[in-house]
Design a protein around this ligand. Sequence first.
Ligand code: CTP
Length: 419
Amino acid sequence: MARVVLGVAGGIAAYKACSLLRLLTENGHDVTVVPTAAALRFVGAPTWEALSGHPVSTQVWDDVAEVPHVRLGQAADLVVVAPATADLLARAAAGLADDLLSSTLLTARCPVVMAPAMHTEMWGHAATRANVATLAARGVTIVPPASGRLTGADSGPGRLPEPEDLYAVCERLLAGDRREAEDRREAGPLAGRSVVVTAGGTREPLDPVRFLGNRSSGKQGFALAAVAAARGADVLLISANTSLPAPPGVTVVPGDTALEMRDGVLSAGKAADVVVMAAAVADFRPREYATEKIKKTYGDGADGGRGAEAAPTIELVRNPDILAELVAARGDDASPVVVGFAAETGDAHGTVLEHGRAKLERKGCDLLVVNEVGAGKAFGQDTNTVTILRQGSSHTVEAGPASKEAIAAAVWDAVQDIL
Ligand code: CTP
């Protein structure tokens, strides 16, 4: 199964893209359709939504919290634009990002296919020719239009090729990409290694609508999983409350509370070569889970007249320390290699690094990745700065400020040293 973005520009041939969409979904691909506003004048959103099973949007202002203008392109294994109008080709060649499709084209790092369709005069115009040449030079696969009857009475080159032919091009590119990824993985430094990564922040339920949680976005954990997979490892990612797309080649399973995450980590950790605990696991959970929503009027009438001021006291209990349990469960071979993360703030008792060193001793893991947190640092950001501490060594590795992928690469370099 591949993640495909089907871009549809505003031309009469948009109706043929419906057949291409069916071919892609019937063959097991997960397709998100991104029409331009003009395309919706030819084929409406309900058709795309029904055929793809996903909501459809043309512009970047819907679901902003999910950052679709970046996410769709980043997560795609293939982007195919059919039909690509003269206007769409011009905007793509110029690198414009004024709607969801053009933004997706700018963020896509996967193969991109464009199937131009337009009147013969537009296709033959020097501007269109130059735009097509620019896109082809950047690696876009251009499927040239077929000749034949166009809209109206005229005929000539400009027709969208048949959906079956476009589908065959898509499959060829996906297969090539898969082969390339496999070659890379087989040769990678973590080839044959099995790793478990945790990501996100656990939520400890209080009642059916409330929880105790934290601000971890999961980005660093997802980057660790993606880099390990790219280096050839078999990766299981146990994710707590994230909505990030699964990195290529990574199996993602949920572990939303500390107890669920513990079950997942301890069972998968037994057979793993490496476990990286990047998740922010809650140290405490509410002792009681209220099966019905706790009402604001809690306690009224039973509080000797405190009335409007009455509020429940929430009693907490300690969660198990997954990292410490994992270390304690290891045999003489000290496998798996265990990596902890520590988000620290300096205080009157010590600096960030002093707290990190003490934590490394206390937890007994092999590596501790320490980052300073606080206003605007680490949580939800795309960059990070860390110090990697190693058990039994005074040697430290500083990484960043850099992307979370670059930080992940530094962490795996340190793990590879131990392996
Ligand atoms: N961790 C864990 N289980 C917990 C809490 C934390 O496995 N119940 C892991 C985290 O995933 C992280 C590391 O332990 O890799 C350090 O987490 P942190 O919360 O900084 O450690 P604590 O021991 O809880 O220390 P502190 O008192 O500073 O919160």
